[in-house]
Ligand binder design. Sequence first.
Ligand code: MF3
Ligand code: CO
Length: 285
Amino acid sequence: MLKRIKRNWYVPKGQEPTDFDKRILSYQNRGELVPTRKLIKTPEQIEGIKRSCEVNTGVLDLVEKEIHAGMSTEDIDKLVYDYTVAHGAIPAPLNYEGFPKSVCTSINEVVCHGIPSEFEVLEEGDIINVDVSTILDGYYSDASRMFIIGKTSPEKEKLVRVTKECLEIGAEAAKPWGFVGDIGKAIEKHAKKNGFSVVKDLCGHGVGLEFHEDPEVDHYNTHHNGMLLVPGMVFTIEPMINMGDWHVFIDEEDGWTVVTEDELPSAQWEHTFLMTEHGLEVLTY
Ligand code: MF3
Ligand code: CO
């Protein structure tokens, strides 16, 4: 059977291929998955995405300053909404595919996509992921951090630390003219070495002109190259690392909240990155 590969890159009829075109086509002709032209951002688009990221980082800095035991996740949602709107931006999660709030707040065994609620109050020892995404002038940014409420157990502390290391190690593994698959391979190795597992059902993603673009960025070893990484691509890396088993399920009642099957804690850190000639640049610091 003739296996058809996705031919994402083409040179418009009547146009001479540039050296850049030729370089991408050489990978495509070897059967590798390459980006579409739209995934390679123009300098103007990159400026817009960077401005969006600045607001997004401002939101996370504010949450970091204000978060404390006794606060509800609804209080966090209000902080996020007010700051974002005051800076002329829109919280990307709000009404996204029916998501009812401005931010995702995921405590302990909640992996991601937790919905803020006035009835959910932060307690001493909780670990919480706050996942913030912003639209400014049509440009999207996306980042999340973990916060430890007061003092927690050494195991949960280690999970939060190792998950941050997974993000950093994954980012270092991503090289221009390398492959998306290098990222997950490096992350899984570090997670396993520390006795933890990597969630497989959710991935990082291209971002910038839309909330979720190609490529899919898996955080585990898929044993596939995945998409070619080319300077100008913007995407997230956002590993979700579990203390126990990697299996998760979605809460049937709200249709969003992702929870570990074994109810052991999970952590996640996320940045939006720009691929440059020299490697990844973090846009959400
Ligand atoms: N911020 C999440 C991500 O990293 C997406 C959340 S979608 C939402 O991709 F609707 F739950 F907000
Ligand atoms: Co994301």
